[in-house]
Structures are given as structure tokens and as C-alpha cells.
Design a protein around this ligand. Structure first.
Ligand SMILES: [Fe+2]
Length: 399
């Protein structure tokens, strides 16, 4: 309901989080608000836009009484009690042109964290979390009598006036706004959608990569963080291979950065040799009392879907293909380590033997390209101590 917050809360803040000297985003020049049957539409013109832009001609929808609707996602804000609000998001990603038909095997769902587990601070890296910071930052129950509304808050005034009218209507025994009782009408309500053409007809993968909003979601979910085990699974787009997403996004970043003269170092690159993946797969197939995160993550990545096969293939490669990928994405050096859970899930003897094998393979790969892949390895000197302790829990971070 506050279009202007987008400029500051999301655009300028996100840029500053990455680069304190970054540029300001285009300013809002013109705003308009208007009620319709199912809510309030807000329209905006920012610097560089004309009145032909869909964000002005069509606008965005505040779906009455408590949702944002953008065409590809809803956000419902549900009051739980006087001091807490539940935020529920439903979203979809249009399959790109040329990648249809695509059959989705599963609809992912997760609870996004609000606070950083280590620091307790509110997370500010993702779009919806930035909104949460604004909400929580006002205090549990803000004193609205001290508020100073500006002209860009016209929508907020309209919303409050409508709430007061609804309260009066309900007191009279009438329906509040946007109550639909006609079963036929309720089958499909048509709402304004600024990006309707793109969402209905679709964009090619290449067009999506150039789209100002779509590109950010190619190998990330910019709105909410997900739990680490589920992150890749939920944010990667299954209709594109991981390497396609990586290459498109990396090329876009390289083009955007335009800062030659420094080394781009990838600090969290992973590998897993074939024998380790085979052992993990056998453990999952054998079943039993296993860690749910391990089963969830590797049950998927060791499956037979095109995405899983593509990821597993690249994880196992620490040779020429990896160097080619680095070259094509502008990565000068990588810090390579064994991916989780490494050898920690095995008994001490097996884990130690596998760690030696993994280290040897890493050493051989690094020897071929010493200027490209420094790696994190555990010294073999630890292994006898681990054997003595005979505890898989003591194996530590081999990767
Ligand atoms: Fe927002």
C-alpha cells in the first residue's frame, strides 16, 4: 500500500548492503491509488518510465483486506493476536518458453527464518524480510497518533477509511468489502496484473535473464531465505540445468560489475568423489534412523531427475570441466572443499580412509591447476587421533 517504500526499503537498501557506494535507484515521480471491487490498486512512475508502463497503466493490487497480489505471488498478512502477524506467501515461477511441457513432481513449502540463528538479528538480505524489519522496527503496538503521513501515504489513508466503513457495515449486518457470495463469480476472479502478458505467454530463458525482476530469481529466491538443506532444491529452477542458471546469472553479474583489475574468488565451492556419493546413496537406500536433512538433500540430488544428474555430475568433476566453468563465469580462483556431510556419517575407520582418498584426489587436482584451486583439507595427522576416539562425532569438518 506504500509504493514508495519499494525505492528505499528494497532497492536502495539492497544496493547498500552489497556496496555502500552504490547508486541510488530510480526515484518515484508519480503515484496513484484507486479502489476497485476486490481491493485497492496502486500505480507508480519512476525515473525512466512513461505512462505506457504496465506499472502505471495496470498497477499492483492490494487484495482486500490483507494481501498483496503481484501476478506471480500473493502475500497474506494474517493477524494472529494483538502483537503477532503471520505472513504467508504463495508464488509460482512461469516455465520459460521452449522448456514446456514441464511436470512438477512436488510443490515445495518451507518456513523462512526471520532472525539470524547465530546473531539473533533480524535478517535483512531478502525482500520480505526487509518488510519485516520495517514492521518490527515500529514497536509491538505503535502509537499512530504520532504519525506524520505524507502524500505518498494516500493508499494507507484509503485503507484505514475503508476499514472503518467495513466495521460500520458489519455492525449493520452487511458484508464487508470484497465478500463474494455468488458461486459462479467465485470460480475465477480476474485481477489486474501488470506482467500478465509475460506470465501468460512466458519468456525464454534468455529473456528471463534480462528481465529486471525475473533474472534475480533464476538461481535464487530473493524474497525469503530457506533452510540450508532445502535451499538449492527450492530455489533452483528445475526446467533449467544448474549450469545454465549459473552461467546466465554469472554473466549478468560480470556485465553489471564492470570492475576489472581484481581477482574474483569463489569461496564456497564443493566437490564429492564418486565413491563417496555411491556410499551416501547406499546408506539412503538401506534406510533406518537417518538424519532427515541428509535424506532430504541427498535423496534428491542422488536421484535421476535431469537437475539432480547435472548437479551430481558437476560435483564429481574437479578437472577440466570445472576449469572451463570457472573461465566462462569469470572465476579466477576457487576454494574447493568436500561437500557436506563429508565423511562424518561413517564409522571412524571408514571416514578416515575416505578422508585420505578425498584429500589425495584434491591434491592431484590442485597439482594440475595450482593457480586456480586452493583447497580446504584436513591434515592426515588428525586421523590417528580420530581412530583412537572411535567416534564419528569427533570427525569434525573434513571439508
Ligand atoms: Fe516491501
Amino acid at each position: 500500500m506504500d509504493p514508495l517504500h519499494f525505492e528505499w526499503m528494497h532497492m536502495n537498501w539492497s544496493v547498500r548492503l552489497k556496496d555502500k557506494g552504490g547508486p541510488y535507484s530510480p526515484r518515484h515521480l508519480k503515484l496513484a491509488f484507486e479502489e476497485f471491487d476486490y481491493g485497492i490498486v496502486y500505480r507508480r512512475i519512476r525515473e525512466g518510465m512513461s505512462e505506457e508502463d504496465p506499472m502505471w497503466k495496470v498497477g499492483r493490487v492490494c487484495l482486500w483486506p490483507n494481501a498483496l497480489f503481484t501476478g506471480d505471488h500473493f502475500e497474506w498478512r494474517v493477524p494472529i493476536d494483538d502483537e503477532n502477524t503471520l505472513s504467508v506467501t504463495w508464488c509460482f515461477s512461469r516455465v520459460p518458453k521452449g522448456r514446456e511441457p514441464y511436470v512438477q513432481e512436488q510443490i515445495p513449502a518451507w518456513r523462512g527464518p526471520v532472525r539470524d540463528a547465530d546473531t539473533g538479528r533480524l535478517i535483512s538480505s531478502h525482500v520480505m524480510n526487509q518488510d519485516f524489519v520495517a514492521w518490527v522496527g515500529q514497536g509491538v503496538i505503535p502509537d499512530r497518533t504520532h504519525e506524520h503521513l505524507g502524500t505518498s501515504d494516500t493508499g494507507i489513508i484509503m485503507m484505514r477509511q475503508r476499514f472503518l466503513k467495513d466495521i460500520e457495515a458489519i455492525a449493520r449486518g452487511e458484508d464487508p468489502k470484497a465478500t463474494v457470495r455468488d458461486p459462479e463469480l467465485n470460480r475465477c476472479l480476474t485481477l489486474p496484473i501488470a506482467e500478465r502478458k509475460n506470465l501468460v505467454e512466458g519468456l525464454t530463458l534468455e529473456e528471463l535473464a534480462k528481465h529486471p525482476l525475473g533474472s534475480g530469481q533464476l538461481n535464487d529466491y530473493v524474497f525469503r531465505p530457506a533452510s540450508p538443506q532445502r535451499f538449492a532444491r527450492h530455489t533452483r529452477k528445475p526446467w533449467a540445468s544448474p549450469s545454465e542458471c549459473d552461467l546466465i546469472v554469472a554473466k549478468k553479474k560480470i556485465t553489471r560489475d564492470r570492475k576489472p583489475g581484481y581477482l574474483r574468488i569463489a569461496t564456497e565451492e564443493a566437490f564429492a568423489p564418486p565413491e563417496l556419493l555411491a556410499r551416501w546413496k547406499a546408506i539412503i537406500e538401506r534406510g533406518g534412523n537417518l538424519d532427515p536433512g541428509f535424506v532430504d538433500q541427498w535423496g534428491y540430488f542422488l536421484g535421476q531427475s535431469p537437475r539432480a544428474l547435472g548437479i551430481a555430475s558437476r560435483l564429481q568433476d574437479i578437472g577440466e570441466q570445472r576449469i572451463r566453468d570457472m573461465d566462462s563465469t569469470g572465476i579466477a580462483r576457487q576454494i574447493l572443499s568436500l561437500t557436506n556431510p563429508g565423511v562424518q556419517i561413517f564409522d571412524a575407520a571408514t571416514g578416515a580412509a575416505l578422508a585420505i582418498s578425498c584429500n589425495d584426489q584434491l591434491a592431484e587436482a590442485i597439482g594440475k591447476h595450482p593457480d586456480r584451486s586452493p583447497a580446504l583439507q584436513r591434515s592426515r595427522r588428525r586421523i590417528p587421533r580420530l581412530r583412537r576416539r572411535n567416534s564419528t562425532a569427533e570427525c569434525g569438518n573434513w571439508g
